[in-house]
Design a protein around this ligand. Structure first.
Ligand code: PMP
Length: 450
């Protein structure tokens, strides 16, 4: 019989297998137990309060205590807790949210299809790209190009498009139809003496070379986050998205924009496609669509993407895809209310107005002896930490992140980057509180290194 400590931490270690951790390490350390939330704060089971500098997983736009979302969820549960959207059935919340999404989409779009996670939405977009190529008689046009350090989720196709080794290794991924082109991060991949403009030209050339090597007639789609999140908040250089789109147009390749993190205000516009003048065929959204109060994601597609798929379903007799929870009424009702609140309170405008303050404070912190540089757009940013002589990769940012947690701020360390993506409801004073704590954490870690 195994002995289980009666504490909540002990029972967690005993019974729960967590995502995205070193499982052996977790068995020893356990995790931080978060018990409640309000505004931009969460509180642990010992009563310690933290600024959630990452909005959970880049997602809780409205903060952790929005009563209107709780009320809408309760009302919908009482009226119609569940119904599906299969087999010629539908319901109001999914229709209302689809209509709103079409009305605010950054480019003319035709249809919305609901899923429950970013991974599912990307996985399905990939299946739809293949289905559509078959519909058009282009049986060989199936390859997909993602990017090194891109992140699109963890299901088999989404993980294959993702360009991070840990999401491939030992999972027998990526699938052999998926390719990865250069990452548009000048800080990480610019060569000594190379200007940002030369770097951009070089990586655009890499993309075109890959397309020509594989054969343009075999490549169906290109996938990209306007700003890479899980890769470490990587902001594209000027001219990058214009260049990518010109190449895709030249070779008749679809563009899927993954706005799972950027969508609904993160970059200071409703969509990052507006920030970077991106015109996608398919737009993937999730996270801030419901502030993550309910699992929800969506594919928003243009008419040229939709029509061949509809024809193919007509030929076969059915579009053979769908989840029990596709367009779930409680999730879509919460999503609708969440987007109404984002609009009513002009939280997109809040992100735009606070960008200068947010990026300015990060840039000041970048002058600290332990820091290398900073970057960001709107209310998403990162501070690159300078690893000390004997530090293993990632250890320096991990040490600062741990010290910051002691100071009462939750951040996320990715490689050498300390990432910030606070709730969109944050105020200027709260940005100061958050980054004052980062300054103290950097000083603390610097002292332990001296
Ligand atoms: N795409 C992007 C850009 C993401 O950031 C994420 C999650 N961080 C996903 C897809 C996957 O979403 P989920 O975790 O809901 O499957």
């Amino acid at each position: 019989m195994r002995i289980v400590s009666n504490s909540i931490e002990g029972r967690d270690i005993a019974y729960q297998m967590h995502p995205n951790v070193n499982l052996r390490k977790y068995e020893k350390t356990g995790g931080l137990v978060i018990e409640s939330g309000d505004g931009i704060y969460v509180t642990d089971n010992n009563g310690k309060r933290y600024i959630e500098g990452m909005a959970g997983l880049w997602s809780v736009a409205l903060g952790f205590g929005e009563k209107r979302l709780a009320e809408v969820a309760k009302a919908q549960m009482e009226k119609l807790p569940y119904y599906h959207t299969f087999s010629y059935k539908t319901h109001g919340p999914s229709i209302d949210l689809a209509e709103l999404l079409i009305s605010i989409a950054p480019v003319p779009m035709s249809k919305v299809h609901f899923t429950s996670s970013g991974s599912e939405a990307n996985d399905l977009a990939c299946k739809m790209v293949w289905y559509r190529s078959n519909a058009l008689g282009n049986k060989d046009k199936k390859k997909i190009i993602g990017r090194i350090k891109g992140y699109h989720g963890v299901t088999i196709a989404a993980a294959s498009i993702t360009g991070l080794p840990r999401n491939h290794e030992s999972f027998d991924l990526p699938l052999d139809r998926m390719f990865h082109t250069s990452c548009p991060s000048y800080v990480h991949f610019g060569k000594d003496g190379e200007s940002e403009a030369d770097f951009t030209a070089r990586i655009l050339n890499d993309l075109e070379e890959l397309i020509l090597k594989e054969g343009p007639e075999t490549i169906a789609a290109f996938w990209g986050e306007p700003v890479m999140g899980a890769g470490g908040v990587l902001v594209p250089p000027a001219g990058y998205w214009e260049g990518v789109q010109a190449i895709l147009k030249k070779y008749d390749i679809l563009l899927v924009a993954d706005e799972v993190i950027c969508g609904f205000g993160r970059t200071g516009k409703m969509f990052a496609c507006e920030t970077y003048n991106i015109k996608p065929d398919v737009l993937i959204v999730s996270k801030q669509i419901s502030s993550s109060y309910m699992p929800l994601s969506a594919l928003i597609m243009n008419d040229a993407f939709y029509q061949p798929i509809a024809d193919e379903s007509d030929r076969i007799g059915v579009f053979g895809h769908g989840f029990t929870a596709s367009g779930h009424p409680v999730a879509t009702a919460v999503g609708l209310e969440n987007l109404k609140i984002i609009q009513e309170r002009d939280l997109v405008g809040n992100a735009a107005r606070l960008e200068e303050k947010f990026l300015g404070r990060l840039a000041e912190l970048a002058k600290h002896p332990l820091a290398h540089s900073s970057r960001g757009v709107g209310l998403i940013g990162a501070l690159e930490i300078k690893p000390w002589g004997d530090a293993k990769p990632g250890d320096a940012a991990a040490a600062v992140s741990a010290a910051l947690e002691e100071e009462g701020v939750i951040s996320r360390n990715i490689g050498e980057a300390l990432c910030f993506c606070p709730p969109l409801i944050i105020t200027a004073e709260q940005i100061d509180d958050m980054f004052d704590a980062v300054g103290r954490a950097l000083d603390k870690v610097e002292k332990t290194r001296a």
